[in-house]
Design a protein around this ligand. Structure first.
Ligand SMILES: Nc1ncnc2c1ncn2[C@@H]1O[C@H](COP(=O)(O)OP(=O)(O)OP(=O)(O)O)[C@@H](O)[C@H]1O
Ligand SMILES: [Mg+2]
Length: 511
């Protein structure tokens, strides 16, 4: 069986050109890099002959540097050592930058500006302002799929509301944020609310917290300085009981004549309100609903770019970001997932950079240094060291995050079987949904030839199709002649494209 040289191999491979060591420094300073990198790198070039190469011990442990440093030649000012020092220096900068990007992409890192949720925040804030202005209780239900920015936006609204009440000289609000998952029992929410009320009153009562609240909101017993209270009940789904009594009682608290409670419930279920709404509606207690829609591809890109704006360097290839956003938007529109995939892609790049410094064949630097394992030239190495998350990193991170048995099977197939699937996807573009082994063979042969890969013969192709059919990826019809057997796909074409994205050959082929 012929093999494909270069397929799935290191990005170093395939470049035979070597560059002399003296030139390597020039190549580095010419290589596309950010202004900060350029400044740091040109300093490194000037100082390379006589300084320690490790600028940031925190981001780059001696262990990681061991391999190349251990092979420095005797003369510190030799061209070979200069190149090594520059490479190590760049490696440290790259690692430091990547770790800063990872930090900026962490879900726990609250962004200073929340883009793409301006409308939803405005509606919630306006609702709260109206309640405060009219000194009126009210309820609002925020719903939407996971990772759509509900909790994040609510935090922002809370801050803006506090700021607004101060500015407008309204009495400050009592704010209580409860994550319902942390309650030991569903009814504990009432003691939390009462606890907040009673913190100032210091009264104790044998009646249940709910009864106590109901009574105090029904009568004009409250002290005149009783503040309005904003209750944010996040993960409200946890309060669902069989009879929905807790939810019902909670929302009803805002309907009592002397209630001063502004209740905002947050949950995933879009129909949670509808499920208990009829009862509430008949009692004249219909919460306003604000729905957070799943993020679109463009919104995901915009949010990521906003989070990275503070950093003065580019880390993602635009196509890689687009791939991530497209897949996450199609799957769930969950921003948490998008951030997680991006961080995982960065980790793949970090591992690649670490591996590549290990493999340097430093003694050959004098004569135009190269990577020992792959034979890559200095120029290639430097390009590689230009730390950018590429489409193949992202595709791998996505396939880890969205593990699908089909995608995994396709990714582990021998290369010629992958070419067959790739040929079928190309062949089926448009209305065509089946072909014959004979026609597939022509297409497969063309794909192989276009990339100088020796194709397998039709007999081999036919037996590979049988293997693919056994794996449940293809359906093969019956015919006396092999080349007349009908071939149809049994898996989604998108799964094949997605599974093969990580290999440049297939990416080009499918474009
Ligand atoms: N508009 C946005 N801008 C920046 N980051 C965002 C945005 N929306 C979501 N995120 C990121 O995604 C994470 C998840 O968002 P959030 O916790 O608000 O989701 P949620 O809708 O409350 O999800 P769940 O229903 O699972 O509680 C946030 O911590 C934040 O890092
Ligand atoms: Mg949340």
């Amino acid at each position: 069986m012929p093999t494909i040289s270069g397929l799935g191999s290191s990005p170093f491979a395939g470049r035979g050109k070597t560059v002399r060591a003296e030139n390597a420094v020039e190549i580095q300073s010419d290589a596309p890099s950010t202004p900060r990198k350029r400044i740091l790198r040109s300093n490194a070039v000037q100082q390379a002959g006589h300084i320690s190469p490790n600028p940031s011990p925190n981001s780059c442990s001696p262990m990681k540097l061991k391999s190349p440093r251990g092979r420095l030649t005797d003369s510190p000012s030799s061209p070979a050592n200069k190149v090594i020092l520059v490479i190590l220096f760049n490696f440290c900068i790259d690692m430091e930058q990547l770790s800063m990007v990872k930090e900026a992409m962490h879900v726990s890192m609250a962004p200073s500006t929340i883009v793409c949720r301006e409308y939803e925040q405005k509606r919630i804030l306006e609702f709260c302002k109206q309640c405060v202005k009219q000194e009126k209780a009210g309820s609002l239900y925020v719903c939407g799929c996971p990772g759509t920015g509900k909790s994040l936006s609510m935090e922002k609204v809370k801050d803006n509301l506090t700021h607004w009440t101060k500015e407008e000289r309204f009495p400050p609000l009592d704010v209580l944020t409860i994550n319902c998952t942390s309650l030991t029992s569903t009814s504990e929410i009432f003691s939390k609310i009462l606890g907040n009320n009673q913190a100032r009153k210091k009264t104790s009562s044998p009646t249940s917290p709910l009864k106590h609240l109901q009574r105090s909101y029904s009568q004009k017993l409250q002290s005149p300085d009783m503040k309005m209270m904003l209750v944010i009940a996040d993960e409200l789904d946890y309060l669902i009981t069989r009879d929905q009594a807790v939810l019902h009682d909670l929302f009803m608290l805002t309907t009592y004549p002397f209630s001063r409670c502004i209740l905002i419930g947050i949950a995933n279920a879009i129909d949670l309100a509808d499920r208990f709404l009829p009862k509430l509606q008949s009692l004249n207690c219909k919460p306003m609903v604000v729905t957070f829609r799943a993020y679109s591809k463009d919104q995901i890109i915009m949010i990521i770019q906003q989070r990275l704006r503070v950093l003065p360097y580019r880390v993602f290839q635009p196509q890689a970001l687009e791939l991530c956003a497209r897949k996450v938007a199609a799957a769930s529109g969950d921003m948490r997932k998008a951030l997680c995939v991006c961080r995982s892609a960065i980790e793949m790049l970090e591992a690649e950079l670490r591996d590549s410094t290990y493999g340097l064949d430093l003694p050959s630097v004098e004569g135009g240094f190269s990577d020992k394992r792959t034979g890559a030239s200095c120029e290639t190495w430097i390009k590689q060291a230009n730390s950018i998350v590429r489409v193949d990193h992202m595709a791998l991170a996505l396939s880890k995050a969205y593990r699908s048995p089909t995608v995994e099977i396709i990714q582990s197939l021998p290369q010629h079987q992958q070419i067959i699937l790739c040929s079928i996807v190309k062949l089926f573009r448009g209305a065509k949904k089946d072909t014959t082994v004979g026609e597939l063979n022509k297409f497969y042969t063309d794909v192989c030839k276009s990339t100088l890969i020796p194709p397998a013969g039709i007999m081999e192709l036919s037996s590979m199709c049988r293997v693919l059919a056994d794996q449940g990826l293809l359906k093969l019809g019956q015919s006396r002649e092999d080349k007349l057997r009908r071939v149809t796909l049994k898996v989604d074409e998108a799964d094949i494209s997605f599974a093969l994205q990580g290999v440049r050959f297939f990416r080009n082929c499918l474009q």
